[in-house]
Write a protein that binds this ligand. Structure first.
Ligand SMILES: Cc1cc2nc3c(=O)[nH]c(=O)nc-3n(C[C@H](O)[C@H](O)[C@H](O)COP(=O)(O)O)c2cc1C
Length: 209
């Protein structure tokens, strides 16, 4: 696939996972793409925990659904009804999960370029995640980012030290198709805004359109 085709085809996947196996070399290519991401001060502050164990995934799934209920309880009226119809994860249906973590101490104490913006470390991890997402799309796989969890819970579940932050639980695997329209848009939750609304000329509030 051409690069822009990959960017356009990439979707957050929940319902389309088949559960079919992923060849080791394909998984290796996808993880290598993630590990090739840029990082502040070359700190490479990410780690990838591969979770295949069904019991661990079932336990996490239960936690996620508790958090889903907590969020749902904050909604009323049309928002509550619309959210009710939205699937928020494919933890059990996907082939495996990849938990991506951030270690702020990697390369410390003098991470080049992070002295003024501590979040630059976290940005680096998000770039690794995006590389993984695009590489998976190019391989014909789906990825679903799950963020309905408490960090301390996930640290406990996977033995992640308290000094290391879990950034994403990613469901990964073959799919029967990739939706053309994002799930949230199809369900009437929220749509992508036009580009000219977010591009500004010279000053923050001056728009191009
Ligand atoms: C940081 C982050 C967290 C997300 N968390 C969830 C989540 O918990 N559950 C879910 O279904 N989708 C989650 N998503 C996916 C978004 O809903 C999705 O990216 C957005 O609706 C646009 O759809 P698309 O990725 O298919 O283009 C998350 C995405 C990001 C970037």
């Amino acid at each position: 696939m051409d690069f822009y085709e990959v960017v356009g085809k990439r979707r957050d996947v929940r319902a389309e996972f088949t559960g079919a196996p992923i060849a080791d070399e394909v998984l290796h290519r996808v993880l290598s793409a993630a590990h090739a991401a840029p990082s502040v001060g070359m700190s490479q502050p990410w780690d990838f925990v591969l979770v295949r164990d069904k019991d661990t995934r079932a336990e996490f799934h239960q936690h996620v659904h508790g958090e889903r209920a907590e969020y749902a309880a904050t909604l009323t009226g049309e928002r509550a009804e619309t959210f009710e119809r939205i699937k928020i994860d494919g933890i059990l249906e996907s082939t495996l999960s990849v938990v991506v973590t951030y270690d702020p101490h990697r390369g410390s104490p003098s991470v080049l370029g992070r002295h003024a913006i501590a979040d630059a470390g976290l940005y680096s991890v998000c770039l690794a995640i995006q590389n993984l997402w695009l590489a998976a799309t190019a391989e014909g796989l789906g990825v679903g980012w799950v963020s309905f969890y408490r960090e301390e819970y996930l640290q406990g579940l996977l033995g992640i030290p308290q000094t290391v932050r879990p950034v994403a639980w990613l469901c990964l695997g073959p799919v029967d198709r990739l939706q053309e329209v994002p799930d949230l848009e199809r369900h009437g939750w929220r749509s992508r805004t036009p580009l000219d609304q977010v591009v500004h000329l010279e000053r923050y509030n001056a728009h191009t359109g």
